[in-house]
Design a protein around this ligand. Structure first.
Ligand code: ADP
Length: 483
């Protein structure tokens, strides 16, 4: 399998256009979650390597910022085409290190390319203003300028597309980058280095460093040359990084955890709700920050929904991402399985009923059965904590007001979904949900054209949409006097 992907699989850092090892020569192993077998290694880098990567990005910024927007647009279009021309090998590399089905991996590569194209286009529309002046002898203009060196720290659940929506706007705006990918899935990030090199990005515009999260993170957060940190990952790590970035007053964008509610009202189309529930829950084996964490179902349709969801869940095909027809791959590692097990045990001990799955899958390793848990109550762990696995707890509610209150009873506020056939209710609930993104009668809502992001402790800023480039630009006000 890997022979086909070896062209993109680099086992080195990319710094200033050179593929290099850690100073100490130390490495980290990368394993395939479906087999537990080692795929290869990457450098175990720390502060010194990161500092050099930042300095390379700063040097490249001095010339990259002066390129025309059209020049950058053309390079981004080439990058888009190169990604799509290599969709299959890039998807295979992604499945090998991450575990998701090849169909989902191909989808992720396609959306990565789509983000690049979107920001290639948005880069041409970063207008400034000419402002009516209160002074007869002075004129006021504003322009947008690239922020500078951007650092991106990314997670293992979408190792390609989480970078696409950071690199796309950074490059389009004229920023240069230092990337630190998750250690579980570094190869899909390193592949961005290969692609950028091959389509002709200047050296140093993208730098990639793998290794110790805390050392690389510390250097990124405290180095004054880095002007912005964009992070996707857990809320705990996000909070730590915001604190560390305070020392140099960096801009920060944070895509953090979620606790997505999925509400089904008595007046909903239940079959459509079940269809939406399957994608909103089991995509990427439940390992996305917008995956449903809690199903809240009105009493009148509760039993019917549970029965249909359990039947649909039991029909999901679990297996290696490379097997034809696989709908659910393994979880990322043993720790993830232990967490899911703990949540299921906690629910069972508190009186919940397991109506589908409920245990480790017969395939062994980090495979877990797609699971539905009925009679969930707010005292159970998944009311407050992110499951990040294929477990669907179903709570019962009586009234609309109770449903919205339960849905909002969390410090998170990323995505929420609800199903109803009533127009008035659709507006009331949509306006009542304290979330950054809401799907009404839809379970899969992410697209490059729309702003992705959360409120409350789910994050700061938006990625994608026309909003997604704003954080990569500073507004400069210029006053021309003496006219
Ligand atoms: P998850 O629980 O999804 O693995 P994390 O927040 O732990 O999410 O990881 C997301 C990214 O943040 C990864 O690239 C990880 O290596 C990185 N990371 C984890 N801890 C730190 C830290 N202390 N400083 C900087 N980056 C970190």
């Amino acid at each position: 399998m890997l022979q086909k992907t070896s062209h993109f699989m680099r086992q080195a850092n990319l710094v200033g256009g050179e593929w290099v090892q850690a100073d100490s020569g130390a490495t980290l192993d990368v394993t395939n979650p479906a087999t537990g077998l080692k795929i290869g290694t990457v450098p175990k880098s720390g502060k010194a390597e990161t500092r050099r990567a930042i300095e390379a990005a700063e040097e490249a910024f001095n010339s990259w910022r002066k390129t025309s927007v059209l020049e950058r647009h053309k390079l981004l279009r080439k990058l888009h085409d190169a990604i799509m021309d290599n969709q299959q090998p890039l998807a295979e590399l992604l499945t090998t290190e991450q575990g998701k089905s090849l169909a989902e991996a191909r989808g992720e590569i396609a959306i990565s390319a789509a983000y690049i194209l979107w920001f290639a286009e948005e880069g041409r529309r970063t207008y400034g203003d000419v402002v009516p002046s209160p002074w007869a002898d002075r004129r006021i203009i504003t322009t947008k300028q690239p922020v500078g060196v951007i650092a991106a720290i990314t997670p293992w659940n979408f190792p390609s597309s989480m970078l696409a929506r950071k690199l796309g706007p950074a490059f389009a705006a004229g920023c240069t980058t230092v990337v630190k990918p998750a250690s579980q899935t570094p190869y899909s990030a390193l592949a961005w280095g290969v692609l950028a090199e091959e389509v002709g990005f200047p050296k140093g515009v993208i730098n990639i460093v793998t290794g110790s999260a805390s050392e690389i993170g510390d250097e990124i957060c405290t180095n004054p040359l880095v002007k912005k940190l964009t992070f996707t990952g857990s809320t705990d790590v996000g909070k730590l990084l915001i604190q560390k970035c305070a020392s140099t007053v960096k801009k920060v964008s944070m895509e953090l955890g979620g606790n997505a509610p999925f509400l089904v009202f008595d007046d909903a189309d239940i079959d459509r709700a079940v269809e939406g529930a399957i994608v909103a829950k089991y995509r990427n084996s439940g390992q996305t920050c917008v995956c449903t964490n809690r199903f809240l179902v009105q009493a009148g349709v509760y039993d019917a929904f549970v029965e249909k969801l359990a039947a649909a869940t039991a029909g999901l095909k679990v297996g290696s991402g490379f097997e034809e027809g696989t709908q659910q791959g393994p979880l990322i590692d043993e720790k993830a399985v232990e967490k899911v097990e703990e949540f299921v045990d906690d629910a069972k001990a508190k009186g919940a009923r397991v109506v589908a799955g409920g245990k480790r899958h017969a395939l062994g390793g980090s495979f877990f059965e797609p699971t539905v848990i009925a009679d969930a109550t707010p005292s159970m762990k998944f009311m407050k904590e992110e499951i990040f696995g294929p477990v669907a707890p179903v709570f019962k509610f009586e009234t609309e007001e109770e449903a919205v209150r339960l849905a909002n009873d969390t410090e998170f506020g990323l995505a929420a979904y609800f199903y109803t056939g009533d127009l008035g209710r659709a507006f009331r609930v949509m306006e009542g949900l304290k979330y950054g993104m809401v799907g009404v009668n839809e379970g899969l809502i992410t697209t490059v054209e729309a702003p992705f992001g959360g409120v409350k402790e789910s994050g700061l800023g938006r990625e994608g949409g026309h909003q997604g480039i704003e954080d990569y630009l500073d507004t400069k006000y210029v006053c021309l006097g003496g006219l």
